[in-house]
Design a protein around this ligand. Structure first.
Ligand code: FPP
Length: 246
């Protein structure tokens, strides 16, 4: 048995995390270590995205959400931002047939209105072409920031209260419904690569009770076996949702 098969056989398919969220970090450091430009790290990072989407789909994960570009990432050098945007375009055009073959339904969260017209069109097309798929729901967070998302939600709630569309009786469900993730369950497991112990403005509301798993591995090197280890580790934890252990 290979290591992968061994780990796979240990997975309890009845106790899989329903929703896995990932902060993909370390593309730049991966490239630097090899004396390559940062763009090479991002390109290698796309391969890992493909691999993890395929694996998630194969093992029966229902929701996968990855942090691809934050509202803060615009502060990177222009040239790097433009390379990442080009990678999104290429990926979202090329990947549609694979999504359809594997029954993967694409979803995008973030402030999409501020992206270029070209990228927005490509996103809309990919969303439409995969909308009938019923397997893995794969969400890309692009130009996403949790604080921006919450501000946006509050503005819309105030607006709807003022117009009498909803009552003033705001509760958790109301807030959840006004976030970009309104049709996704909260993540059960957050994975972060490349060692940093931070949430970095990612799904602040939604991650309230998620289990967190961090690895030192850079994103381009994140393999299926390590992904399985994260899921196995999650399966061995006891989730309490703030309740005591009794
Ligand atoms: C993190 O590494 C990577 C990003 C912020 C960009 C994410 C982009 C990709 C994974 C490629 C495109 C993805 C898709 C889905 C097409 P970093 O640059 O922050 O690395 P560093 O911290 O080592 O500098």
């Amino acid at each position: 048995m290979t290591k992968k098969e061994e780990l796979l056989s240990k997975l309890d398919h009845k106790k899989l995390p329903q929703h896995i969220a990932i902060i993909m970090d370390g593309n730049g450091r991966w490239a630097k270590k090899r004396g390559l430009p940062r763009s090479a790290g991002h390109l290698a990072g796309v391969k890992t995205v493909r691999r993890i989407v395929r694996t998630s789909s194969n093992i029966g994960i229902k929701f996968l959400t990855v942090y691809a570009f934050s509202t803060e990432n615009w502060k990177r050098p222009k040239n790097e931002v433009s390379i990442i945007m080009s990678l999104f375009k290429i990926y979202l055009k090329k990947e549609i047939s694979t999504f359809n073959k594997n029954d993967v339904r694409l979803n995008v969260i973030g402030n999409i209105g501020d992206l270029s017209d070209g990228l927005r069109k490509i996103i809309d097309n990919a969303l439409e072409k995969t909308s009938a798929n019923r397997g893995l729901r794969f969400t890309l967070a692009i130009n996403y920031g949790s604080r921006e998302e919450i501000i946006n939600a509050v503005k819309n709630i105030v607006n709807d209260v003022e117009r009498g569309i909803i009552s003033r009786d705001i509760n958790e469900n109301v807030i959840s419904r006004y976030l970009y993730t309104s049709d996704l369950p909260d993540p059960d497991l957050l994975i972060r690569t490349s060692g940093e112990m931070r949430i970095s403005n990612f799904l602040l509301w939604q991650l309230s009770y998620a289990e967190i798993w961090v690895t030192d591995t850079y994103w381009p090197d994140f393999e299926q076996t390590e992904y399985m280890k994260a899921i196995l580790d999650y399966q061995n934890r006891q989730r309490r949702f703030g309740k005591h252990n009794g």
